[in-house]
Design a protein around this ligand. Structure first.
Ligand SMILES: [Zn+2]
Length: 278
């Protein structure tokens, strides 16, 4: 009897999960089918510089993702910031570019984006190996919560990241790369790859490149990859994602294996967009 109740419970849970997925996908298809607002093209051309270099098919995919993102995620203004369509669109465009080549990825775990006007101060509690806890303030431009439910961003930095597409820095790309990394529940610099057979190649290239960055820094060599990437493998993945979209040619020339791994993962080729625009 107990087994029958258990199996019934499991079957009902599976059915309600499938039903939830079905309606969520249906809703997303509806949002994707909506025409983009008449001012979006102009807004993106003015505030998201890389947009003008994107091939038409990527622009279409990106706009569909932006529709879903804006309708599905909750934006919350902090420190008196009033959330506008411009703020939503500029942040959504940068976040969604990372998944424009991934038809089924809509940052499923993400619920809310908290936006501060500028850099914000976070109160940090850190425990050392002796159990001593220190409290300090840290100035931040953004962060992605470990469970993936929340991203915090500075609007000033998100805006300048959209305006400058080639300085190698973009806080939205950085935090949403963390989101992708955290999809499997771990923040370890290895996101979920499309094929199981890809993990060995990914590990080889990323471990080698991460070690190379540490070696270069310890010898005082100038590096293309920002030294913040040497903090841990998760930060390395977020920092090289910024480079992949912002300085694809330099990254390819310096480390084509790393570029190719990111190209496979994102299913996008920024080098090609910029070459075609020459
Ligand atoms: Zn980070």
């Amino acid at each position: 009897m107990k087994l029958i109740i258990l199996y019934t419970f499991l079957a009902l849970s599976a059915l309600s999960y499938l039903g939830f997925k079905f309606f969520k996908n249906k809703k997303r298809k509806y949002f994707e089918s909506l025409p983009k607002p008449s001012d979006r093209e102009d807004l993106l051309n003015k505030n998201f510089n890389i947009y003008r270099y994107l091939p038409e098919n990527i622009k279409d995919d990106l706009n569909k993702k932006i529709n879903v993102f804006i309708n599905e995620k909750h934006f919350c203004g902090c420190k008196g910031l009033k959330i506008t369509d411009e703020i939503k669109t500029v942040i959504a465009a940068q976040a969604c570019l990372l998944v424009a080549g991934k038809p089924d990825n809509y940052y499923d775990k993400l619920i809310s984006i908290y936006v501060y006007p500028t850099a914000y101060v976070d109160n940090i509690l850190r425990e050392n190996e002796f159990g001593v806890v220190t409290k300090f303030d840290e100035v931040r431009l953004g962060e992605s919560w470990g469970d993936g439910s929340k991203v915090v961003l500075s609007w000033a930095s998100s805006r300048s990241g959209g305006l400058n597409h080639s300085d190698g820095k973009n806080v939205v790309y950085h935090e949403f790369a963390h989101q992708l990394d955290q999809e499997d529940g771990r923040s370890d610099g290895t996101p979920v790859l499309s094929r199981t057979s890809s993990y060995a190649g990914w590990a080889e290239v990323f471990n080698k490149s991460y070690k190379q960055l540490h070696d270069d820094l310890s010898k005082g060599r100038k590096t293309l990859i920002d030294e913040y990437g040497a903090t841990n493998p998760a930060e390395f993945f977020a920092v090289v994602t910024e480079l992949f979209f912002e300085k694809p040619e330099k990254l390819y020339n310096k480390n084509s294996d790393l570029y190719d791994e990111l190209k496979d993962f994102y299913n996008l080729d920024p080098l090609e967009w910029l070459r075609k625009s020459d």
